[in-house]
Design a protein around this ligand. Structure first.
Ligand code: PLP
Length: 481
C-alpha cells in the first residue's frame, strides 16, 4: 500500500524508486507483449471519458491505483504505434534507448530557453544535430534546431522566407500595406502543414499555389516554371518553393536540384520537406537523394518518424539560421545574461521560449544503434516494402499504384470481374483488416482513386507481419465477393 504522504514536497525518494521499478517493468512487459494488444484501439468514442470521474480527487490517491488504470483504461484506448502490425500513416517506433532518455529528460526537467538554463540541452542539441547533419551528408553550414513537429519546422522555414521577402514584416506586419502579393509553390502532394504555415503567417491560403505532379507523383518542374512565369506577369512575387522528398501519400520525390535552380533564379526560399524520408540520405545506396540539398535554404527531417525516436522530435536544418533569429529573437530584461554574446540561446531560434531536452533521446539512439545499426534497420524496412510490393505485383486481384522508393507501398484491390465501386471496396477492405487488431492500414487518394497504404517503419516488423496483413486482405476480399 502507499505509505501516508508527507504534507509538503514531492513523492519521497524511496517511493519514487519503487514505482519507477514497477513502471520500468510495466514498460518492458508492454514492449515484450506488444502483439497481444489490438494495434488499432477498438474502444468507442467516449469510453475513456466515461471510465474516469468528472473531478480531480480531493484526497491523495494511492499511486498503485494510477498504475492500475494504465492497464484498465489507457492501454485498451491506446492505438499501438509500437506494434509491428502498425502499417498506417508513417509507421514509427519509440525505441528503448529513446524511452529511457525521455525518463531522464523528465527527471532533469531542463528548460533550455537560455544557454545558462541548460548548457547541457543547448550544447547537446548542437552536437547531436551536427552528427545527424554529417550522417545525412549535409554541408557543414547547415545549423540545426529541434522543434516538436515538422509542421512547426515548416512554419519557421516559411516565416524565414517571409522575413527575406518583407524585411520589415516583424515591425510593420502585412495588413493594410501596399505590398506585392507573394506566392509559395508546392506540389499537389505536399503536406498540409504547408497550407497551415501560410495561413498562420498571414499570407492567406490563396498564396499557396499547388503545382501538378507527373505520373510518378513528383512535382512537374515545367508546371512550376509556368506558374511562376504567370505569377510574375501578374506582379506576384515568388516567396518560397517547397520541394518534398517522400511525400505523405506515395513517398514520391520532387526534383530538388531543379527546384533549387529555380528558387535561386527567382530569389525565392527553397524549403525541402524530408520529414519522413530525409534519414535515408544516410544510406549510401540512396546517395541520389542528397542532390540539391546543399542548395536548400531549409530542410525538415523528423527523427520521430523514421529514426526510432519517441514522439516528438523534428529537426530543421538551415544555413540561414541568422534569418530565423532575425525573425524571432527578442530578449526582455529578465532574460538578459552576461554570456549572451558568447553563447547560443535556443529561445532565439523560434516562437517558443521554453523547450524540453529532446536532444537527449536522439543522442542516445545514435549512440546505441550506431550509424551502421541505423542504416541496417532503414535498409531492412525498404527491403520489406519491396517484398510486399512484389506480392502485390504478382497477384491478379491487386495492383500497385505508385513506385516504392522507400518503405511505403500504395496499392489497391481491383479484381477482374468485380462490378462494384472499387473505392468502396478498398475502404471496406481496410476497415475489415483493421478490425482484426493485428494490422492497421490507412488510405490515401492517388489519381482520384482510393488507395491502400502499407508503411513499414517499425523496429519490430518482420516478414511474418507483412504476411499477416496480406492474408487478412485476402480474407477480407473473399468476404466481399
Ligand atoms: N511533412 C510530411 C512529408 C509528412 O508526411 C508529415 C506527416 O506525416 C508532416 C510533414 C507533418 O509532420 P508532423 O506530424 O511532425 O507535423
Amino acid at each position: 500500500m502507499t505509505p501516508a504522504q508527507p504534507p509538503f514536497g514531492d513523492m519521497p525518494p524511496d517511493d519514487f524508486r519503487r514505482y519507477a521499478h514497477t513502471l520500468v517493468e510495466w514498460a518492458a512487459d508492454y514492449f515484450e507483449q506488444i502483439e497481444t494488444h489490438a494495434v488499432l484501439s477498438q474502444v468507442l468514442p467516449g469510453d475513456v471519458r466515461k471510465a474516469l470521474p468528472d473531478h480531480a480527487p480531493e484526497q491523495p490517491e494511492p499511486f498503485e491505483q494510477v498504475i492500475a488504470d494504465l492497464d484498465r483504461i489507457i492501454l485498451p484506448a491506446a492505438t499501438h504505434w509500437n506494434h509491428p502490425g502498425f502499417f498506417a500513416y508513417f509507421a514509427i517506433t519509440g525505441s528503448a534507448p529513446g524511452v529511457l532518455m525521455d525518463l531522464v529528460s523528465s527527471a532533469l526537467n531542463q528548460q533550455a530557453m537560455l544557454w545558462r538554463t541548460s548548457p547541457a540541452a543547448t550544447e547537446l542539441e548542437e552536437v547531436t544535430l551536427r552528427w545527424l547533419a554529417r550522417l545525412m551528408h549535409l554541408p557543414d553550414q547547415m545549423e540545426g534546431v529541434i522543434y516538436d513537429t515538422a509542421s512547426i519546422s515548416t512554419l519557421h522555414a516559411l516565416a524565414a522566407a517571409r522575413e527575406v521577402a518583407v524585411p520589415d514584416v516583424r515591425t510593420k506586419g502585412l495588413a493594410g500595406r501596399s505590398l506585392p502579393r507573394m506566392r509559395v509553390y508546392a506540389s499537389e502532394h505536399a503536406h498540409s502543414s504547408v497550407d497551415k504555415a501560410v495561413i498562420a503567417l498571414g499570407l492567406g491560403h490563396d498564396s499557396l499555389r499547388r503545382i501538378s505532379a507527373d505520373s510518378a507523383f513528383s512535382m512537374r518542374i515545367d508546371a512550376l516554371e509556368a506558374a511562376i512565369a504567370e505569377d510574375r506577369a501578374a506582379g506576384i512575387t515568388p516567396m518560397a518553393i517547397v520541394a518534398t522528398i517522400g511525400t505523405t501519400s506515395s513517398t514520391s520525390v520532387d526534383d530538388v536540384p531543379a527546384a533549387a535552380a529555380i528558387a535561386r533564379r527567382e530569389g525565392a526560399w527553397l524549403h525541402v520537406d524530408a520529414a519522413y524520408a530525409g534519414v535515408m540520405a544516410m544510406v549510401p545506396e540512396f546517395a541520389w537523394m542528397r542532390a540539391g540539398l546543399d542548395q536548400a535554404d531549409s530542410i525538415v527531417v523528423n527523427p520521430h518518424k523514421w529514426l526510432f525516436t519517441p514522439f516528438d522530435l523534428s529537426v530543421l536544418f538551415t544555413p540561414r539560421m541568422d534569418v530565423i533569429r532575425q525573425a524571432f529573437s527578442l530578449t526582455p530584461e529578465y532574460l538578459k545574461t552576461p554570456e549572451a554574446g558568447a553563447v547560443k540561446n535556443l529561445m532565439d531560434t523560434g516562437i517558443q521560449l521554453g523547450r524540453r531536452f529532446r536532444a537527449l533521446k536522439l543522442w542516445a539512439i545514435l549512440r546505441y544503434f550506431g550509424a551502421e545499426g541505423v542504416r541496417a534497420r532503414l535498409r531492412e524496412h525498404c527491403r520489406l516494402a519491396q517484398v510486399f510490393a512484389a506480392w502485390v505485383d504478382a497477384h491478379p486481384d491487386f495492383e500497385r499504384v505508385a513506385p516504392v522508393p522507400f518503405s511505403v507501398v500504395c496499392f489497391r484491390s481491383a479484381p477482374h470481374a468485380y462490378a462494384g465501386n472499387l473505392d468502396v471496396l478498398n475502404h471496406a477492405l481496410i476497415e475489415r483488416v483493421n478490425k482484426s487488431g493485428d494490422v492497421f492500414l490507412s488510405h490515401t487518394s492517388l489519381n482520384g482513386q482510393i488507395v491502400i497504404r502499407l508503411a513499414v517503419g517499425n523496429l519490430r516488423t518482420e516478414e511474418r507481419h507483412l504476411r499477416r496483413a496480406w492474408d487478412l486482405l485476402h480474407e477480407a476480399l473473399d468476404a466481399f465477393r
